[in-house]
Write a protein that binds this ligand. Structure first.
Ligand SMILES: [Zn+2]
Ligand SMILES: [Zn+2]
Length: 311
């Protein structure tokens, strides 16, 4: 198409502007750098109040519910539409996923759909395999894919990448309140810590361990899938990018570490694919289905799986 035709210009896949890059820098400092400082503060605060059952419980429970919000909500439901969920379940998952501080649901979905579109090729927002050869290239690639890419990156146009989601008015409303959900994710463990221990030190400890440390831990788990599992691990299924499985991390990643399986069958709500591969995210989807809150689970057939199997 030439410039003088009357036809509209094709929709851009990514948007880049000083305003967007300012927002990205702010998000990076607030939600990627600040949790590191908060985690250091949590260890320093051990001098005031030791790590006990309360801290462990708040860290574990907040990690579990926000982690499930990311893998089941953000990833398996909204990005890949691997099942249908009751509207209130979908909204709850979007809120819990937002609390993880990894971006609003629309941006997260758009970035992740672009990752699948360009995996390990030019255009992938976070490939560890495009930073040159040799050991130095691998280290540069891992640092980029794990953390540094978030400072400044091409912003995927949500009109192009998430047209189905922007039609969902309830989800758009949840996405608009993203910063409030992150704040709520910090407030809840602080209040619980204070009330359960009936002390201010308990409230601070709750904020630090159930808030900042929990965000820090979950972020690094999710980022490790973008970085390390696109470089190391096993590859049982044929897929065009460099994704791998890391089976020993299945529980701690809530099933996300079956990343080669996921790239081979992105439409599947199960990332483990077989019952003996631990996949807590899929267990929750099965539980929702058993309660009538989820339907149309698109698990691939045995024949499709065998056709792609290489190891
Ligand atoms: Zn995916
Ligand atoms: Zn991937």
């Amino acid at each position: 198409m030439t410039e003088d035709t009357a036809q509209p210009t094709p929709r851009r896949k990514t948007i880049s502007s000083p305003y967007i890059h300012r927002l990205q820098r702010r998000h990076f400092l607030l939600f990627d750098v600040l949790p590191i400082i908060g985690t250091a503060a949590a260890f320093a605060f051990l001098l005031v109040r030791p790590f006990g059952v309360l801290e462990l419980a708040l860290l574990f429970l907040m990690w579990l519910v926000t982690g499930l919000g990311v893998t089941v909500g953000y990833h398996r439901l909204f990005t890949h539409r691997t099942f249908k969920a009751a509207p209130w379940v979908a909204e709850l998952l979007a809120v819990l996923g937002s609390m993880a501080g990894q971006g609003g649901v629309l941006s997260w979905v758009a970035l992740h759909r672009r990752h699948h579109e360009y995996s390990d090729r030019e255009g992938d927002p976070h490939s560890p395999n495009l930073s040159g050869g040799g050991l130095a290239g691998a280290i540069r690639g891992l640092a980029h894919a794990h953390f540094l890419w978030m400072r400044r990156h091409e912003y995927p146009n949500i009109v192009h990448y998430a047209p189905d989601l922007i039609k969902d008015r309830r989800l758009v409303r949840v996405a608009r309140l993203y910063y409030y959900w992150v704040a709520l994710g910090l407030l809840v463990p602080a209040v619980l810590g204070g009330v359960l221990s009936m002390s201010w030190t308990g409230a601070v400890s709750g904020l630090l361990w159930g808030g900042f440390v929990r965000i820090f831990v979950l972020e690094h788990i999710v980022w490790a899938i973008n970085s390390f599992l696109h470089m190391f691990g096993t590859r049982p299924y044929e897929s065009r990018e460099n994704s791998h499985n890391g089976g020993i991390f299945a529980l701690v990643t809530l099933g996300e570490s079956w990343h080669n399986n996921h790239h081979a069958f992105p439409e599947s709500p199960s990332f483990g694919l077989d019952w003996y591969r631990l996949d807590p995210g899929y267990w929750l989807i099965r539980l929702f289905a058993a309660c009538g809150l989820a339907s149309e689970l698109k698990v691939p057939s045995q024949a499709r799986m065998s056709a792609k199997r290489i190891a």
